[in-house]
Ligand binder design. Structure first.
Ligand SMILES: [Zn+2]
Length: 265
């Protein structure tokens, strides 16, 4: 198993406490964007079932079928609806099997070859609609961490691509029409973040997040992961808090995520 794959089999990462209230609001937004005519939903890369469990617990009467699929066996243990273990580039479903296919916080993780196949699979399985959510214009260079053992720099979330609202809107160009793109969950952050990070790291050495594993050598600090662990984002921000720089550094606001609803042509 690759180190990257191993990261998604760490049980603590899938416990409910690992997700923030913002994540729950993101799920509520996704539900609110679902057209009323949708009777069946497949969530691809469902993780611990954050969406499908929410739908089944709160809106089960609106759907005939709610299904989640993920390649991580560990994450699927938390899924309480119909579930299937599968990889996004080869999904064991028929053409147009579901009215709506959702894919939330997944495609930014995919290497190019898998990414191309994944987009095709989402379009193949959806009969009417697709909903995709991604981080909003993420600064991948800023968010890199460095492995203390082999000095490889990598995204702690294994994010490989950046999306803006316009690049997301063009995701299924030619086969789907964009109904709506929403930027959600305004969060505070520093202005000139790369400069602030440089100064922070000069004052205080970089922390290696306990939630990730080096894709090159497998270095990790998983033993520090407790079920009370906060989200990976807040872990990274701790570097900033320790330096106390935040007290006087100018800040700005930005929406954390983009959610787009597509209708098949
Ligand atoms: Zn390493």
């Amino acid at each position: 198993m690759s180190f990257e794959k191993e990261m998604y089999e760490v049980k603590e990462k899938w416990e409910e406490s690992y997700f923030s209230e913002g994540d729950l609001r993101r799920i509520e937004t996704v539900k609110a964007m679902m057209p009323k005519t949708v009777g069946s939903v497949l969530d691809v890369g469902c993780g611990n079932g954050i969406l499908v469990n929410y739908l089944s617990n709160n809106h089960s009467h609106e759907f005939q079928r709610i299904c989640g699929c993920d390649r991580s066996e560990t994450s699927l243990q938390f899924v309480k609806t119909e579930k299937v273990k599968a990889s996004i580039d080869q999904l064991p479903f028929s053409d147009k099997e579901f009215d709506l296919v959702t894919c939330l916080e997944v495609i930014e993780h995919l290497p190019q070859e898998v990414y191309i196949k994944a987009l095709k699979e989402l379009q193949r399985i959806a009969s009417k609609y697709i909903i995709v959510s991604v981080p909003n214009d993420e600064d991948l260079l800023l968010n890199r961490v460095t492995c203390p053992k082999c000095i490889t720099a990598f995204s702690p979330f294994y994010h490989m691509r950046n999306f803006t609202s316009s690049s997301l809107a063009n995701l299924f160009e030619g086969s789907c029409k964009v109904v709506e793109v929403k930027a959600i969950e305004k969060v505070i952050g520093p202005r000139f973040p790369r400069l602030k990070q440089k100064i922070s790291r000069w004052i205080h050495p970089e922390l290696f997040p306990s939630s990730c594993i080096c894709p090159m050598c497998g270095y990790n600090e998983f033993d520090k992961l407790k079920s009370t662990q906060r989200s990976p984002d807040s872990k990274i921000n701790e570097t900033v808090e320790i330096t106390g720089l935040s007290k006087f550094w100018p800040h700005t606001y930005k929406e954390k995520w983009l959610v787009a609803l597509f209708e098949k042509l």
